[in-house]
Design a protein around this ligand. Structure first.
Ligand code: NDP
Length: 312
């Protein structure tokens, strides 16, 4: 009998995912009855989810074997008390590739001081300043998960000395790995450029506060594609005004879309990008969804299962 898969991830992306998930399921020999509505929640076997949808009560989905998020960040669904089913987050090659490109681009922009030339076309030929080399610019990445590790490796390939920080201890070739509270102070002290790629959880909320910014070198750069709540906005504005942070590129915010009156928009040292760092890519993500359905049916462990206690 066909499996009932309820696509609760947004009407706008439904047509492309419908075809891609069907194809990826067929490739794995799975018969799926995929629908963007669930007239009988008790008959649903799997839910494909994104927080854009209004689905918030998972209680009636009594037969559902897993909720498969199309998003990597699950902070909006993980604390939901009605969710008793296993929750899997998205790890997608396309998304990872996109994040590596976005982070590398913004690191290089700050490292090379590209703005000075792009924005300063004033007819003055300022030759004579040697461009810096990556080997002399230390990058720290907070978060050494799927995305942080890939970005760290790409930046190390370009010769940046890279330090990474995570909750648990890690050993990654070519990356100085630190963990825990003591490790954080050291990681921040090395951050000529800081990239924050942590999930939003109770433990990471406001991680970058005034005390943490004070650990960073004067004139350092901040790039945040993780989550807005990792950063205490007022502390960042103070650090920018004090010159501790020379420039910040922010992709994610506590409130999205970032309200027009928010001081970040007008701040001369802040670049706002509208949560575009990395998007889930339909072709690769559909394969991850189908693979998890296959695993669920075969009694194999799900990929990318969220630890609800940790929140990621
Ligand atoms: P992972 O779950 O793979 O990695 C998370 C990393 O954060 C792990 O290294 C983990 O440590 C570390 N971490 C979590 N909590 C703590 C803590 N309290 N202290 C120290 N380290 C901690 O996530 P991804 O790499 O896939 O994604 C990271 C985040 O990126 C997502 O949660 C999402 O918020 C954001 N994102 C943003 C996008 C955008 O377009 N702007 C797109 C996609 C994702 P450990 O390894 O020890 O468990």
């Amino acid at each position: 009998m066909a499996l009932n898969v309820y696509f609760a991830a947004g009407k706008d992306i439904w047509p492309e995912y419908r075809d891609a998930i069907r194809a990826a399921s067929a490739k794995r020999g799975l018969a799926v009855n995929l629908s963007d509505s669930a007239p009988d929640p008790a008959a649903v076997d799997y839910i494909v989810y994104a927080p854009t949808e209004s689905l918030s009560d998972f209680g009636p989905f009594t037969r559902c074997k897993a909720v498969l998020s199309l998003w990597a960040g699950v902070e909006r669904i993980a604390p939901n008390p009605t969710l008793t089913q296993p929750l899997c987050r998205m790890v997608d090659d396309g998304l990872t590739e996109g994040m590596v490109e976005w982070v590398t681009g913004h690191v290089l922009r700050h490292h090379l001081g590209m703005d000075a030339h792009i924005l300063g076309q004033d007819g003055v030929w300022r030759h004579g300043v040697k461009p810096p080399l990556a080997r002399d610019r230390r990058v720290t990445i907070l978060g050494l998960g799927e995305l942080g590790t890939s970005c760290a490796k790409a930046l190390a390939q370009l010769n940046f000395p890279v330090t990474g920080w995570s909750r648990t201890e890690k050993a990654i070739e070519g990356i100085a790995c630190l963990s825990g509270e003591a490790g954080l102070a050291e990681a921040l002290a090395r951050a000529d450029i800081l990239v924050t790629l942590l999930p939003r959880t109770a433990a990471t909320e406001n991680l970058m506060n005034a005390e943490r910014f004070a650990c960073m070198p004067m004139g350092s750069f901040l790039i945040n594609p993780g989550r807005g709540a990792l950063i205490d906005d007022d502390a960042l504005l103070a650090a920018l005004d004090a010159g501790r942070i020379a420039q910040a590129t922010l992709d994610v915010f506590r409130v999205e879309p970032l309200p027009p009156g928010h001081p970040f928009w007008a701040h001369p040292k802040v670049t706002v990008t509208p949560h575009v760092a990395a998007d889930t890519r339909t072709a690769t993500a559909a394969g991850v969804v189908a693979e998890n359905i296959r695993r669920g049916e075969a009694g194999e462990p799900f990929l990318y299962l969220v630890d609800r206690k940790l929140g990621y």
